[in-house]
Design a protein around this ligand. Structure first.
Ligand SMILES: NC(=O)c1ccc[n+]([C@@H]2O[C@H](COP(=O)([O-])OP(=O)(O)OC[C@H]3O[C@@H](n4cnc5c(N)ncnc54)[C@H](O)[C@@H]3O)[C@@H](O)[C@H]2O)c1
Ligand SMILES: Nc1ncnc2c1ncn2[C@@H]1O[C@H](COP(=O)(O)OP(=O)(O)OP(=O)(O)O)[C@@H](O)[C@H]1O
Length: 520
């Protein structure tokens, strides 16, 4: 309650000059009687207007008094709830400390808890122990608030308070992004989720474009020459192409002398420091090729469609000027396509760290029986947990971008490319119950060829670079830190649905005719 005082006639009047009751200090309220007294001399014998005015003042005074009383009582109630919360927290910590002595660190403030205990109306002073609050006295984390009033159910049991935190991979610390728990109600809510549409805005103008093309295609070659010329003359950009393409362009005309290229792998590894944007002219395979050139960070890719399916190539070549114009200006929607980082670990290697160069895949890594006619036998682990033994033709570990490629053909689900996850899809398993899985992005998967395996297995990366895995060898796979940003025609979701509708004819069926039997 806000402090109140008695006036000369013994009536309570609320002083609103108290700062803690939330009212400004600059005015004070009077009781109805004080207002009556104030107005009395002028009211006597005066006209109706003054009577009306005094009535109005009385009403205003009443309303203000009620408001002040309401606010003060709400504040008192809030303070009481806060006190109960502190008390409850202290009680939980005490219980926890009792249950796990020695485990609890030195940050627990015993003195503070003692204070709270002493303040408690629930503390039984006779034996110094807490009485468990129940019914209206306790704070149950699951109580339901209706119209601001807590509603208690005698059947409700006490729930422990808790905090959720995200551990950083490889770190023991209790670092967390944000707390997401409401203590009083025990309801977990998330304020942010990861998969929102991502927008790219240039902070300085792009100056260098790498144009990558599918080989052995006349139409691609013609378009490449035209696009390079336009980018140079109209946009004043530096252009990079592959050595093969530079030769092709120069064969056509010495005009293309300005086009730059690279000599060796080392220069390729530095490309990401020079190139602002990559344009691909081809199909999905050309996008995979472009991604494979960047073993680390990847510049944004604008994929033009010159292939048959073009699942990841939403841009049409007939509008290439308008497309590139708007991409170069920005902002643009992009899809951040996650990649998998794969390590082959040889049993013959002296230790786990003596691995071959990691390989990054945009679609998937496949471990299969290759030319062997035997069933593959692959032991699979997810972090430290045994998953299963794959007995069949093999296993696909796919990104969500790759979910519409080989994994789809093997019965895996189609997943929106912006969903972070790893698909675990068997190839022709010799088992009726082996359904595909989708695992969270943070796991590390290990696929081991057992020592007693009848044959070797073969790993391939985005359908390329086959590597033999001997008994005892393993493939370790986790999410790579460098995704592939591809420009969207509209946005991630619209482009995804366009691709599954137009590319895969997903759920295409003739619409049932209007005539025929009906239940109305
Ligand atoms: N049975 C199968 O479906 C099967 C078998 C082997 C390889 N593949 C896929 O082929 C990919 C290599 O592609 P490539 O173009 O270099 O080889 P490719 O020329 O043999 O073409 C394979 C086909 O897969 C399509 N494709 C590739 N990536 C895709 C994706 N993310 N979503 C939908 N379709 C996609 C391509 O458009 C192409 O039509 C591999 O990563 C693998 O996913 C599929
Ligand atoms: N720049 C490149 N250099 C070498 N090989 C490439 C290059 N670009 C693409 N390829 C390869 O060429 C093959 C065909 O390319 P791509 O998939 O782009 O064309 P496509 O088969 O006509 O199209 P789609 O995949 O849509 O059917 C793929 O295996 C791909 O890896």
């Amino acid at each position: 309650m806000a402090p109140s005082k008695l006036n000369s006639s013994g009536e309570a009047s609320i002083s609103c000059s108290q700062p803690e009751n939330g009212f400004p200090n600059s005015f004070s309220l009077f009781s109805e009687k004080e207002i009556d007294e104030l107005l009395q001399p002028s009211v006597q014998g005066t006209d109706d207007h003054l009577i009306e005015f005094s009535e109005a003042m009385r009403t205003v005074a009443k309303a203000l008094r009620r408001a002040a009383e309401g606010k003060a009582s709400a504040q008192a109630e809030a303070a009481e709830w806060k006190r109960k919360y502190e008390l409850e927290r202290a009680r939980n910590m005490l219980e926890f400390k009792e249950e796990s002595p020695g485990e609890y660190g030195g940050d627990f403030d015993n003195a503070r808890m003692g204070n709270l205990v002493n303040q408690s109306a629930w503390c039984n002073e006779a034996n110094g122990q807490f009485e468990k609050p129940n019914g209206r006295n306790g704070i149950c984390s699951h109580e339901v608030l209706q119209d601001g009033e807590p509603v208690f159910d005698s059947q409700m049991i006490r729930k422990a308070s808790f905090k959720l935190s995200w551990c950083c991979k490889g770190e023991q610390s209790d670092q967390h992004k944000h707390d997401i728990v409401s203590f009083e109600r025990g309801n977990i809510t998330t304020a942010e989720r990861s998969s929102k549409q991502i927008s790219l805005r240039w902070e300085s103008c792009p100056r260098t474009v790498l144009v990558l093309t599918k080989p052995n295609s006349i139409s691609v070659r013609i378009l490449c020459a035209e696009m390079v010329r336009w980018l140079r003359e109209q946009k004043k950009l530096e252009i990079y192409v592959e050595p093969r393409v530079r030769v092709e362009l120069l064969t056509e005309s010495s005009y293309f002398n300005f086009v730059q290229t690279w000599k060796d792998e080392k220069e390729i590894s530095l490309l990401h420091t020079k190139v602002d944007l990559v344009a691909t002219l081809g199909g999905d395979g050309t996008v995979l090729w472009a991604a494979s050139m960047f073993k680390g960070p990847v510049p944004p890719i604008v994929p033009f469609s010159l292939g048959s399916l073009g699942f990841m190539t939403p841009f049409h070549t007939e509008h290439y000027r308008e497309c590139l114009d708007s991409v170069l200006k920005g902002p643009i929607s992009i899809t951040l396509r996650h990649r998998l980082q794969c390590h082959v670990i040889r049993d013959a290697a002296k230790n786990e760290y003596e691995t071959e160069e990691p390989i990054l895949v945009l679609n998937e890594v496949t471990i299969d029986r290759g030319i062997s006619s035997y069933l593959t036998n692959l032991e699979c682990y997810c972090d430290d947990s045994f998953v299963t033994s794959v007995q069949g033709d093999g296993l696909i570990l796919s990104t969500t971008s790759g979910s519409t490629a080989y994994s789809l053909a093997a019965g895996g689900s189609m997943v929106h490319p912006q969903v972070p996850g790893i698909l675990f899809t068997p190839i022709c398993p010799h088992s009726l119950s082996f359904r595909p899985l989708i695992l969270p992005e943070h796991v590390t998967l290990r696929v081991q060829v057992p020592f007693n395996s009848r044959s070797h297995a073969w790993a391939s990366f985005d359908g390329k670079d086959r590597k033999q895995l001997a008994p005892g060898d393993a493939l370790v796979c986790s999410m790579a830190p460098w995704p592939v940003p591809t420009a969207c025609l509209v946005d991630s979701t619209d482009d995804f649905f366009r691709s599954i509708h137009e590319g895969l004819h997903w759920n295409l069926r003739k619409v049932q005719s209007f005539d025929g039997p009906r239940v109305l």
